[in-house]
Design a protein around this ligand. Structure first.
Ligand SMILES: Nc1ncnc2c1ncn2[C@@H]1O[C@H](COP(=O)(O)OP(=O)(O)OP(=O)(O)O)[C@@H](O)[C@H]1O
Ligand SMILES: [Mg+2]
Length: 231
């Protein structure tokens, strides 16, 4: 893998949280290089900082010290607009509890990232194509018959597949998933892992957080967070 270019690099990432009088040092010099096309699993005990690290990798949170570089650009040096673009267009997020909007249909949930990234004029000009892409993603996720459902009318596995479709809407360079199977029974979880595996085989770069070693073995490379560092 190492001959393929590095798209995302974490260098000496530190992160602490202050709770009243105590300070919790979660990340203490974490490094990670993500190469194009890789499927990486980050494992570690509960509380080891996996979610914290993933949020920082995706620009949802900032490190106290250290840098995250996307194609060489330090996220910390980006202006708000550029950072928003990075989060909306370069990265797709999948969370344990789906984070879908219950007022919107399945199709609208998947189209949402594309609405956000466009101007009104751009949206009006492109909405047909956006709709087609969302429909084709949902077809790929086996949800062709669920376009008009609301998330609360779906099973957990179906909701997670909607969330994956939404994450892929803007063709992100990087898919970040935090315990994507954590809320599902093992058969349903396996279905989600097979979806991720197929996406990776088609070229999608993926970083997935899990506390389950068996799930981690689906990835090509396992990184363990221990004592605030990635090994
Ligand atoms: N916003 C916050 N304020 C204070 N402490 C926090 C905050 N977010 C996380 N922490 C603390 O940081 C540590 C790491 O949390 P994190 O959620 O990254 O762990 P994790 O490895 O994802 O755990 P899990 O496997 O349980 O999801 C925990 O001890 C947690 O209590
Ligand atoms: Mg977590």
């Amino acid at each position: 893998m190492s001959q393929l270019p590095v798209i995302l690099k974490a260098e000496n990432v530190h992160k602490s949280y202050r709770m009243g009088a105590t300070q919790v040092n979660v990340l203490k010099g974490a490094d990670l290089a993500v190469h194009e096309g890789e499927f990486i699993a980050i494992i570690g005990a509960s509380g080891s900082g996996k979610s914290t690290f993933l949020h920082i990798l995706g620009g949802l949170d900032r490190p106290d010290k250290g840098a995250i570089r996307f194609n060489g650009r330090d996220l910390n040096r980006m202006k708000a607009r550029e950072l928003n673009r990075f989060r909306n267009e370069k990265v797709g997020f999948v969370f344990q509890f789906y984070h879908l909007l219950d007022e919107l249909t399945v199709l609208e949930n998947v189209m949402l990232p594309s609405m956000i990234s466009r101007s009104v004029a751009g949206w009006l000009a492109g909405r047909r194509a956006v709709r087609r892409r969302a429909e084709s993603l949902l077809d790929q996720m086996g949800l062709k018959e669920r376009l008009k459902h609301k998330p609360y009318q779906l099973s957990g596995g179906e909701r997670q597949r909607v969330a994956i479709g939404r994450a892929l809407m803007n063709e992100p360079k990087l898919l970040l998933a935090d315990e994507p199977t954590g809320n599902l029974d093992s058969a349903t979880g396996n279905g989600i892992l097979n979806v991720l595996d197929a996406l990776n085989k088609a070229g999608q770069t993926i970083v997935m957080v899990t506390h389950d070693e068996r799930i981690a073995h689906k990835a090509q490379r396992i990184v363990t967070l221990v004592d605030g560092r990635a090994r």
